[in-house]
Design a protein around this ligand. Structure first.
Ligand code: GAL
Length: 410
């Protein structure tokens, strides 16, 4: 991991007008970035925070659900962390409504976030005119990653542009002896696979209709049942070691040319980076079928639990100032595999995958909100449970469709 030289960090702190002025504000930070790439990225935030005079207490909790539930329980129990990670979504909107988060407007207004942050994400962080969360990156949870060596050996010469072409490629990879599709058998990962098939094979309109449905009718439509059968068919391309596998272990199956494809968010690029692999040379990437594929926009935010402690508030503001600064945004996102949240930093150094993302962000017609943004956490959990049941049992397409219809109607 590239560590900032002391001089650079001192220069950074000075540029932020923080050198010397920031007392050793202590920030306990809860996050779930525990893989190789994720920890390399979060170290960039921690190093910059320390260089700006802060004290970083790292509370890393593996698994997004675990970390978010720990944060919510700690807030409810009156012993909140200083700062905590969520997704750019509705996940923390309830605690905002309950008045349990501080806003960070003191930094947002000073730093001009209104002009800097992309519109599709702003509505999840700016609530009732105040910033109650700070976005730190833009992730697309729904990318297709592939090993160039595995596809070449299998005779797959072009990126699939349809489900039929995807299945044909998976068949060739299976015949070549490699694992066609690397998957971590955990509900949230099975959810990513389901949603990718829904918005690529089913289409963006069907995806939006599904998550907007209040009568459940879409779930018993022929189009949605076709998506379910495509999802079930993918099961035949996943290896028996999938149950409970962590997402980054699945990514490493592609990195080590054991598997052809993985459907996963672009945080996977952090793992390719740690393995010193190059996009376009060692691995390929595409967000869906064709140059105008829908592009799902989510990412990560940090929230600032309510506190009256003046030092804790200073620590929250120091964190927000450091994490949103141009130099830290470039350094952190390069390791994280995401696109910087600021639109005024040099995107030229991004790899070919992120360049595809930057192009998609410029085309509002391709923007796709994530499930975490379209439905409340409880309904998201019910949908994920139905997906994981359908994936892991011999439940029929018709029975699964009825289950989804009941959830959407609920
Ligand atoms: C996502 C998060 C990413 C990532 C991933 C796997 O929800 O946005 O930053 O690291 O979880 O842990």
């Amino acid at each position: 991991m590239r560590t900032f030289k002391h001089t650079t960090l001192a220069a950074l702190a000075a540029s932020l007008g923080l050198a010397g002025s920031a007392m050793a504000q202590t920030a306990e930070v809860i996050h779930w970035w525990t893989s190789g790439g994720e920890s390399a990225a979060v170290q960039e935030l921690a190093a910059a925070y320390k260089a700006a005079g802060g004290t970083w207490v790292d509370t890393a909790i593996a698994g997004g659900d675990n970390a978010r539930n720990t944060t919510l329980n700690r807030i409810a129990g009156g012993k909140p962390p200083t700062v905590a990670q969520f997704n750019t979504s509705k996940q923390y909107h309830e605690v905002v409504a309950e008045g349990l988060l501080n806003d960070i407007d003191a930094v947002a207004v000073k730093e001009g976030w209104d002009k800097l942050f992309p519109e599709p994400l702003k509505k999840f962080v700016k609530i009732n005119g105040k910033y109650f969360a700070m976005p730190v990156n833009i992730h697309n949870p729904s990318w297709f990653w592939y090993s160039k060596a595995v596809l070449a050996k299998a005779g797959v010469t072009a990126e699939p542009q349809s489900m039929d072409q995807f299945f044909a490629a998976l068949d060739k990879i299976k015949a070549s002896g490699a694992i066609p599709l690397a998957l971590g058998g955990q509900a949230w990962q099975e959810g990513i696979l389901f949603n990718a098939v829904l918005h690529t094979a089913g289409g963006a309109d069907l995806y939006r209709k599904f998550y907007a449905s209040t009568d459940g009718a879409v779930a018993t439509s022929a189009e949605f049942k076709k998506v379910l059968s495509d999802v079930k068919r993918l099961k035949g391309y996943v290896d028996a070691g999938s149950p409970n596998r962590d997402w980054n272990v699945a990514t490493n199956m592609v990195i080590s040319n054991k598997a052809g494809f993985q459907i996963m968010g672009d945080w996977a690029k952090g793992e390719f980076a740690v393995a010193k692999q190059t996009a376009g040379k060692d691995f390929g990437c595409f967000p869906g079928w064709g140059a105008k594929a829908p592009y799902m926009i989510e990412g990560d935010v940090f929230v600032f639990p309510k506190t009256k402690d003046a030092n804790a508030i200073k620590a929250q503001q120091l964190f927000a100032t450091v994490a949103s600064s141009p130099a830290v945004q470039v350094a952190f996102n390069a390791k994280k595999g995401s696109i910087p949240i600021r639109t005024d930093v040099d995107m030229g150094k991004l790899d070919i995958c992120s360049q595809q993302g930057v192009a998609a962000l410029k085309d509002p017609a391709r923007h796709l909100a994530s499930p975490n943004q379209l439905v409340a956490p409880e309904k998201k959990g019910q949908i994920d449970d139905a997906i994981t049941k359908f994936w892991n049992t011999d439940q029929s397409v018709d029975d699964a469709a009825k289950t989804f219809a009941a959830i959407l109607k609920g």
